[in-house]
Design a protein around this ligand. Structure first.
Ligand code: MN
Ligand code: MG
Length: 623
């Protein structure tokens, strides 16, 4: 069917057609954030939680003439210590709390995200067995057993029309997940799943949905608003997906952004003001329940069926609450036992620290959170390699920060004061369920790895101080530090890599003075790098590692390795060791954001400027 924008005036005969409204509500990337609680920081967090959206959802679908459909777009079952606690300890025979919440709110359909697969298929199957909603994914196929998801569903709703009649609308709902799940979760999925390209799958499934009688088609796309041109197996395929004929509405997710919004520049295919992709309504509702996505469609019925005549797209923030509504109380009760058990678990002390451990300057200055993780990884790999043919290769350790402010806000940092280090602190340093890997890399592989990390920064103009330091298109979680080496980044040079890992400037180089034990690293030097399975398999748009160079994958998770290391260490006594720095640039500085509390932990060369936007403060680094 044709999608027509509100600016396209309809001919008079159409004005007389009966009209009806359909409202579509989206949550996405909830990551087990049911309650307004930050388990990593162990404090309430009024900006997150499905609970904050619950009453708005009820209000938005309760109008007498409103027909509303509520969808979740995936990444609902993993992502915080509550999720990990349930994955490890089970639910004692109860319905998984997230599934219970989605049941309580009567979701009409739910898509699978990539993180649904982190704990393996048996866990997911078990969690979803109590779901009262269809689970949708069109681009996965299981090798064995009953499918966990269906490629599409047809929902039928009787719409009250403005001529007093009621007419039936059949809504086809399909869903897509990044095909990379079989790579990212290779070790746990072990070949049980196959994935297909999002666009190729859409082209196959849309005719089937049409043949099943759908009047309109909604795509639950757990994939971001990325490049406009289709590349086979692309991770963020929402824009080319919107170009597929037959799809009328796109719900996007996975990248934790908001759309509509000004973070995306407009182009022929993307209208970030109106919220359209290829002219079709599209929404992405952030993450952790911080926003609800709302698409209102005006439909007209003629002899050909239903037409979308107009659409509007908006986001609504979760509402803070003083007292709990009955619905919020029900949602709280359903998760309370697991919530309390999680709190008791994460508050266990595992070590002590004599110095503050924080991530306020995670990509800008030597970072103790990553250094501790790096040492844990390096120890784990040294033990694993001891009796192998590779025992004499130098072991480096690659880490990235995961709590660095950014889109998650100024509360999203690690800040452990001197005193007890608890299990939740290890979860904050490494929030994922990945395994530890040892990979063999050459000196030139290492150079590319660090050039990719250095692309996180903007090119700096000498002689200025008011320029931004960070390139927001290059998230900090792709700015890896390689421990075991010393090096500098010269930011007067352009970046070699683009945000997706493609090479933008093949001749550009920011890396200077790369040394191992004081000696320059040659291109054909060989190293072992301790890293995680996600990076090993090319996660984040990094170069994947050939199988022959993957020397070891741990049985335990990287976080288990970190916890064991901190328990054995007992006391963190030293601040971070400087292993890398920016190349000095005379009379030059740049500004960046960090939390207001970062001013109590200023590293050498960084000064506090003052309050900035979105609750952050502004800081100045002098090169
Ligand atoms: Mn997510
Ligand atoms: Mg995702």
């Amino acid at each position: 069917m044709n999608v027509k924008g509100p600016e396209l005036n309809t001919v008079d005969v159409r004005r007389a057609l009966p009209r009806a409204r359909l409202r579509i509500l989206e949550t996405t990337d909830l990551h087990m954030q049911l309650l307004a609680y930050d388990y990593f920081g162990d404090h309430a967090d009024a900006h997150t939680g499905l609970i904050h959206l619950a009453d708005q959802i009820e209000t938005l679908r309760s109008g007498p003439d409103d027909t509303a459909l509520l969808f979740d777009n995936g990444d609902f079952i993993q992502g915080n210590p509550l999720a990990d606690y349930i994955a490890t300890n089970g639910t004692g025979g109860q319905t998984h709390p997230m599934v219970a919440a989605l049941n309580t709110l009567a979701y009409d359909a739910v898509a699978l995200g990539n993180h649904e697969f982190n704990y393996g298929l048996p866990f997911l199957e078990n969690a979803l067995k109590d779901a009262c909603f269809p689970i949708i994914c069109a681009n996965i196929a299981q090798r064995h057993g009953a499918p966990i998801a269906q490629p599409f569903v047809i929902l039928e709703r009787d719409l009250p029309c403005d001529d007093g009649m009621t007419r039936r609308l059949k809504i086809g709902v399909t869903g897509f997940v990044p095909p990379q799940i079989t790579i990212w979760d290779q070790s746990i999925l072990d070949g049980a799943l196959e994935t297909d390209d999002i666009i190729a799958s859409a082209q196959k499934v849309i005719p089937l949905i049409k043949a099943a009688g759908a009047d309109i088609i909604v795509a639950l796309c757990h994939s971001g608003i990325g490049a406009t041109d289709h590349i086979v197996y692309m991770e963020n395929a929402a824009v080319p997906l919107a170009a597929v004929a037959g799809i009328d509405v796109i719900l996007s997710g996975h990248t934790h952004e908001v759309f509509p919004g000004d973070s995306r520049s407009p182009c022929h295919a993307v209208d970030p003001d109106r919220g359209t992709l290829h002219g079709k309504p599209a929404v992405m509702a952030g993450f952790y329940g911080n926003y609800l996505g709302i698409i209102d469609l005006q439909l007209a019925h003629d002899s050909d069926g239903w037409q979308v005549m107009a659409h509007s797209v908006r986001l609504q923030e979760g509402a803070a609450m003083d007292t709990r509504s009955p619905l919020q109380q029900t949602l709280t009760d359903q998760v309370q036992a697991a919530h309390l058990a999680t709190l008791a678990h994460i508050r266990q002390p595992i070590a002590r620290t004599e110095v503050a451990i924080h991530s306020y300057f995670a990509t800008i200055a030597p970072d103790l959170t990553q250094q501790l993780l790096a040492q844990a990884q390096q120890n784990g790999i040294a033990a694993a390699m001891a009796d192998t043919a590779h025992h004499d290769l130098p072991i480096l350790s690659a880490t990235a920060p995961f709590r660095f402010g950014g889109r998650a806000g100024p509360g999203h940092f690690i800040d452990i004061p001197p005193g007890t280090v608890a299990l939740r602190d290890a979860a904050a340093i490494y929030p994922f369920a990945n395994k530890l890997c040892a990979i063999r890399r050459s000196g030139s592989d290492i150079r590319n790895w660090l050039e990719r990390a250095a692309s996180h920064f903007r090119q700096i103009t000498p002689g200025r101080h008011d320029q931004p330091l960070i390139d927001q298109h290059h998230p900090a979680y792709n700015c890896d530090t390689l421990f075991g080496l010393t090096y500098e980044f010269d930011l007067t040079q352009p970046a070699r890599f683009g945000p997706d890992g493609s090479i933008h400037n093949p001749d550009a180089s920011r890396l200077r003075n790369l040394c191992y034990q004081g000696k320059p690293v040659a291109c054909d030097d060989a190293f072992i790098v301790a890293t995680n399975g996600y990076r090993t398999n090319g996660g984040g748009g990094f170069q994947g590692v050939p199988k022959i160079d993957i020397l070891y994958t741990s049985v335990e998770t990287t976080r288990d390795v970190l916890v064991a290391y901190l328990r054995a260490l007992d006391t963190v006594a030293q601040p971070a060791t400087p292993t890398w720095q920016f190349t000095p640039i005379p009379n030059t500085g740049a500004v960046f954001q960090s939390a207001p509390a970062a001013k109590h932990h200023l590293p050498h060369g960084i000064t506090h400027v003052g309050p900035d936007t979105d609750g952050f403060d502004c800081y100045l680094i002098t090169f």
